[in-house]
Design a binder for this molecule. Structure first.
Ligand code: AFP
Length: 338
């Protein structure tokens, strides 16, 4: 079967009037950067890029060499194209306007250059997550505040998972589609159009080691999952946890499930681990466009009004009915609290 390339897919989206030339170029540039990251990740120990970089990021986390390299690849690829006004990254404290020497465009790009870093050295799938917003009218040198738009304002979002195969998953607001990297040709080829997540599931993804730190509705919800057929859910559930969000989300896009990183009292100042702007928002857009749902347990993630570039939110995403069930435990708990 002859697959359509990402280049042709984007051209057809432009001809259909769903994207403009600048956004098409932006997605092509990000995809090319992901190819370079895939090659670097794929070299493993032979590439001299495993292990720690000996530096820390704004999150106070040790950076892996590949974190820094992936960030540099995405920054360099996007600087000269003329399609962007600014970039923001998990690895940089503040947003960066495009340097004056280059023409500026109308889009803002946010990314987690290499999500799942703790899995790099043990050869488990990692990925790149990106989100695209419009630069506000009249702003030529965007600062952090110009990026603080709700997820519903995204014009595109995607991730690339570097696993046994390298797959770019993309939404432009008209469905969610998957492109597999053909390494011989060096092109991403359309392998799944209009992905649809099953509405029901028997599989959940959560880091159970945090269980004692969760709030009561979360404890109740997971206890009912674990009670299985004999419990209130009346069915047995399976569990998966890769600890690379891109890998867990990709499994859910492929066969359904619910992914949860809830608030926990390990560090009450942080509402969970995942960042809103370049992890939760793009993944929520992708999942909703595939017929799934994404909430904080109490509100739709895409409706959250950001207050900080690196703010965190609790994340419940995946099969629509299951996300609704998990969110209902939280709403019922809050109602009972009065
Ligand atoms: P790293 O990039 O530091 O490995 O974190 C990955 C991540 O942000 C997300 O991809 C995982 O779902 C989550 O953290 C795993 O968190 P735990 O290590 O606490 O399970």
């Amino acid at each position: 079967m002859k697959h359509v390339s990402l280049t042709r897919f984007l051209l057809e989206e432009q001809r259909a009037g769903r994207i403009n030339a600048d956004l098409r170029l932006l997605i092509e540039v990000v995809a090319r950067a992901c190819k370079s990251i895939s090659i670097a990740v794929g070299k493993g120990a032979l590439g001299g890029v495993l292990g720690d970089a000996g530096t820390g990021n704004v999150q106070g986390e040790a950076q892996k060499k590949l974190d820094v390299l992936s960030n540099e690849i995405l920054m360099e690829a996007n600087a000269w194209g003329g399609h962007l006004a600014g970039l923001a990254s998990e690895e940089m404290e503040h947003a960066q306007p495009i340097p004056d020497v280059y023409p500026r465009g109308n889009y803002l790009l946010l990314f987690d250059p290499l999500d799942g870093s703790s899995n790099i050295d043990v050869n488990v799938s990692v990925g790149t997550i990106f989100s695209v917003l419009r630069c506000p009218e009249g702003v030529t040198a965007p600062g952090d505040e110009h990026f603080l738009q709700p997820g519903s304002a995204q014009v595109a979002a995607g991730y690339t998972v570097y696993g046994p195969s390298t797959v770019l998953v993309l939404t432009l607001g008209h469905g969610t589609h998957a492109f597999t990297l053909d390494r011989e040709v060096g092109s991403f080829m359309l392998t799944r159009r209009d992905i649809a997540i099953p509405e029901e599931t028997k599989e959940f993804a959560i880091n159970m080691s945090n269980q004692r730190h969760w709030e009561p509705p979360m404890q109740a919800y997971v206890a009912d999952l674990l009670a299985g057929k004999e419990g209130p859910r009346g069915k047995d559930f399976n569990m998966r946890w890769v600890a690379s969000m891109v890998a867990d989300v990709h499994r859910i896009l492929t066969r359904g499930g619910i992914f949860i990183y809830p608030w926990d009292r390990k560090d009450p100042s942080k509402p969970g681990r995942l960042r809103l702007m370049y992890e939760a928002n793009p993944m929520a857009f992708i999942v909703e466009q595939a017929g799934g749902a994404a909430t904080t347990g109490r509100q739709r993630i895409l409706d959250v009004q950001p207050t900080g570039l690196h703010q965190r939110v609790p994340v419940f995403l995946g099969s629509k009915r299951e996300v609704e069930t998990a969110s209902r435990y939280h709403r019922d708990h809050d109602a009972a609290q009065g």
